[in-house]
Write a protein that binds this ligand. Structure first.
Ligand code: BES
Ligand code: ZN
Ligand code: ZN
Length: 497
């Protein structure tokens, strides 16, 4: 984290304290009408140059140290109708926190516009406030533990209000808990692969997810062998670090709404195996366990928020490496379900380990299964870096997840899930091949996974290869992998609760 944040929402504004900043939003069209009046009301004086800048500059986010009056620093966001989304507050506030790293501000007062200005973009006023709070926490994330020169963690008091209206302390606390889980998920994804091995992943889960209603089970290599989870074993065979399976079971007391299984791809490093990747593609493959991180973060947050839902997390954790023990193109792997896979490409390893994991999840008889996986580059080609692909045959689940996607601004897009694409996965020697043709690669990957899911259990596959990894579309995804999925799932689970 950049700052040690102390976040409040009360009527004692911070602008008269020393080293203070004030954030104010204006619609571009209203600036000329409202800006001078605002300066007068707040008794702020800018020097002429600065004042002119606010009108002339193209930049939407402007910083100016005041000439007279308090606060010391004035921050103005000029927003326009074009490109306006419900990410406005999240993205702007995150960008501001990141910028303040280089200033000596200790008190930040944030005036957000009234909800009524943006009503049609949000599901509720709470959802509107949440977007602002999330932006503060997302911007405050960093991953600098390996830098020798550490920036000192300064305290930053932040007070946020909307035209005198405050945010409830319940919402502040819940959001803080949720965002702590998002940061934990981000730490896991950003951690280099030589540190975050399957064992280290399991260790951190045990260390950080301590909760009365949470049981954690780690199946080691021997136990995977006993359970004939040969798919996980095959992909993990070349690595010095043994594969394992992490099972999380969150079961709070009281009447529970539903039992949900969450499955997450936990490839702690994907070199491609013998079907080796080029260096440039390998660079981001420490993040090939982002699906696992989404599941872990979701369960951590659900437990902290005491959501009345039973959740089973299933995480196959492996390194896809190269050695004399590597699994090989041409191999035939017998999965725990008994179904066999012909390995045509060792780089399509995610679907192989998920075959065993999905079967394991089905055995727990959940009401529904949702998996998260950085599964295919094809998905990123199709939808770009901001958006996950959703595959499901269940319209109700699709609708609920799409609603949560809108609320959380974690974008998902429902893809076609055509059963006849299965033709591409025919094998002459095994039940299914792990490689389709060049076309529709994220769809054939989804069809492959479905082959291992009990047809009676409603099922959703989310390919998060794009949005889980860092990208330049928003201030809070620019530098570090994103923790995609946790905010989406907490919105979804909260709506059930
Ligand atoms: N982990 C990759 C997919 C990926 C690519 C994730 C880019 C994040 C960013 C996956 O295991 C993989 O290598 N998939 C192959 C599948 C192909 C061999 C059928 C791919 O997408 O090229
Ligand atoms: Zn791969
Ligand atoms: Zn992979």
């Amino acid at each position: 984290m950049i700052f040690e944040l102390i976040l409040t929402s009360n009527k004692n504004r911070l602008i008269n304290k020393k080293n203070s900043a004030l954030v104010k939003f204006f619609h571009e069209k209203e600036l000329s009408k409202k800006f001078n009046l605002f300066l007068k009301q707040e008794k702020i004086e800018l020097n002429q140059n600065q004042a002119a800048n606010f009108f002339a500059k193209k930049e939407e986010l402007l910083f100016a140290f005041t000439h007279k009056g308090s606060p010391d620093l004035l921050i103005v966001k000029k927003h326009k109708d074009e490109n306006l989304t419900n990410d406005l507050l999240r993205n702007t506030l995150s960008a501001i926190i990141i910028r303040l790293k280089n200033e000596s501000i200790q008190n930040l007062e944030i005036d957000i516009p009234p909800y009524s200005d943006f009503k049609e973009l949000f599901s509720s006023e709470t959802n509107y406030f949440e977007s602002a709070l999330e932006g503060i926490y997302l911007g405050n994330y960093d991953f600098e533990i390996y830098k020798t020169e550490k920036s000192k963690k300064q305290k930053l008091n932040v007070n946020i209000m909307s035209e005198g209206k405050t945010i409830s302390s319940d919402q502040l606390l819940n959001c803080q808990n949720k965002m702590k889980a998002v940061s934990f998920a981000r730490d896991l994804v950003n951690e280099p692969a030589s540190t975050l091995t399957p064992q280290e992943l399991a260790r951190r889960v045990k260390l950080n997810l301590k909760h009365n209603s949470l049981r954690i089970k780690i199946l080691n290599k021997k136990e995977l062998q006993n359970r004939k989870m040969n798919a996980i074993l095959a992909v993990g065979a070349a690595s010095e670090n043994d594969p394992l399976l992490i099972e999380l079971h969150y079961k709070p007391s009281g009447k529970l709404k539903r039992k949900i299984a969450l499955v997450g791809k936990g490839v702690t490093y994907d070199s491609g195996g013998l079907s080796i990747k080029p260096t440039s593609s390998m660079l981001e493959m420490k993040g090939d366990m982002a699906g696992a991180a989404a599941v872990i973060g979701t369960i951590a947050a659900a437990a902290a928020l005491k959501l009345p839902i039973e959740i089973i997390g299933v995480i196959p954790a492996v390194e896809n490496m190269i050695s004399g023990k590597s699994y090989k193109p041409g191999d035939i792997v017998k999965t725990a379900s008994g179904k066999s896979i012909e390995v045509k490409d060792t780089d399509a390893e995610g679907r192989i380990i998920l075959a065993d994991a999905l079967e394991y999840a089905c055995k727990q008889k959940p009401d529904e299964i949702i998996d998260f996986a950085t599964l295919t580059g094809a998905c990123v080609v199709a939808l770009g870096e901001t958006t996950a692909a959703m595959f499901t045959k269940n319209d109700k689940l699709a609708q609920a997840l799409e609603d949560s996607s809108k609320s959380s601004f974690e974008r998902i897009w429902r893809m076609p899930f055509y059963s006849d694409y299965k033709e591409q996965l025919k094998s002459d020697m095994a039940d299914i091949s792990n490689l389709g043709t060049r076309w529709g690669g994220s769809i054939t990957a989804a069809i492959f996974l479905e082959h291992f899911v009990d047809k009676k259990i409603p099922y959703v596959h989310l390919d998060i290869a794009g949005p889980a990894l860092k990208h330049k579309f928003t201030s809070y995804t620019e530098k570090y992998d994103t923790g995609f999925g946790v905010r989406l799932m907490i919105d979804y689970l909260s709506n059930l609760a």
